[in-house]
Unconditional design. Sequence first.
Length: 261
Amino acid sequence: MHQLIDSHCHWDHPRLQSLQPHLWQSCLDQGVTQLVVPATKESSFARQISLCEQYPSWHLALGLHPYFSNQHTQAHLTVLTAAIERHKPLAIGEIGLDFALDMSLEGFSIEHQEAWFVAQVKLAQHTQLPLIIHSRKANDRLGQLLRQLKFNQGGIVHGFSGSLQQAEKFTHLGFKIGIGGNLTYERAQAMRRLAQALPLTDMVLETDAPDMPMAGQERGQPNRPDMLPRVLLVLAELRSESLSEIAMQTVKNTLDALRIN
């Protein structure tokens, strides 16, 4: 069995909570011994803080996600700032841009999303924290903003979907690339080529549970953090590298990216 870290798991989501109390033991049985639990909106902060206080091997990240950019308020940013000071999360996230959303709706415009992203990048700079970034159809703009803001604390671009060139622009800024369940689909040829081409030192493993279901799951079933070894197995097959080598390096990459001792 190989020790793994799920670098992106929404444990507080009701679809995972309904699987308790057995899911965490199943994770441990599969070698998934640590989780990174990123927040998406202010109303979830208290729940996630409480979870991560109960389980020392669960690592807290706090942020305001673009999915909810029409709900975020300046008061939420104030709460985020105070929570960072008090509870010492290891990263600010999950934050980012999502240009696949209906940007004609109030609160989801490019300008609105970017305002929340920039505010949180500046907060990360002030607090010297890395970022956990959500990017959908926005890789180039996110890279541009990070360079303009001279952000140099790195972090993880989770659930990456893009070209090798785009990935390399993020890694040159100090980010690791999140590789998840999409890799398990044979039709995901672009993703598989990327996973073969990227240096192993630039990758971390994730599930994004309960989202991004893996190949072979029944329709409607949630993705789960105890399924992370499936990603490891496919990645090892694609790269013709040993399971142990990939497991050890991706764990190290996650620890380094998020400065976990």
